[in-house]
Write a protein that binds this ligand. Structure first.
Ligand SMILES: [Zn+2]
Length: 127
C-alpha cells in the first residue's frame, strides 16, 4: 500500500521505520507526515511519543484516541514547511471523515528538535 502520508512510496519505505523506531524523521515535515500516517493507521502511541514532552501533559490522550479510532483519514496536503535550526514549521491540510461528514483541517504547526528528535509543539487551526 502507498503510505497514508501522501508520499508515493510504500508504507514500509516511508513512515514505517519512524513508527517502529528504527529511524528518526530528519525534518519537521517528515515528522508531521509520519504523525498523520500514524493517525491513519491508529498508532496513537506514536502521536503521544512525538508530542513535545513540555506540552504532552496538556493532551487528553483518551479523547484523542477515541476521536482517531472513529475518524477515517482521507489525505494530507503539505502546503508549506521549513526548518530553522531546531525549530520547524509546517502548514498542512488534512482531510478526514467523521460522523458521516468529510472535513478539512487546515493547520499551522510548530515543531521543536531536541537531542536529534523532532517533536510536535503546538498548532493553530486556520479556517
Ligand atoms: Zn509516509
Amino acid at each position: 500500500m502507498n503510505c497514508p502520508c501522501g508520499h508515493p512510496l510504500p508504507y514500509e519505505k516511508c513512515c514505517a521505520p519512524f513508527h517502529d523506531g528504527t529511524d528518526l524523521p530528519a525534518t519537521a515535515e517528515a515528522l508531521m507526515r509520519s504523525r498523520y500516517s500514524a493517525y491513519a493507521l491508529k498508532k496513537i502511541d506514536y502521536i503521544f511519543e512525538t508530542t513535545d514532552p513540555q506540552t504532552r501533559s496538556g493532551i487528553d490522550r483518551a479523547a484523542n484516541e477515541a476521536w482517531a479510532r472513529e475518524a477515517e483519514f482521507l489525505g494530507l496536503e503539505v502546503i508549506a514547511s521549513r526548518d530553522e535550526g531546531n525549530k520547524g514549521f509546517v502548514e498542512f491540510k488534512a482531510t478526514y471523515r467523521t460522523g458521516g461528514e468529510t472535513r478539512v483541517h487546515h493547520e499551522k504547526s510548530r515543531f521543536r528538535r531536541q537531542q536529534g528528535r523532532w517533536y510536535f509543539r503546538d498548532g493553530t487551526a486556520k479556517s
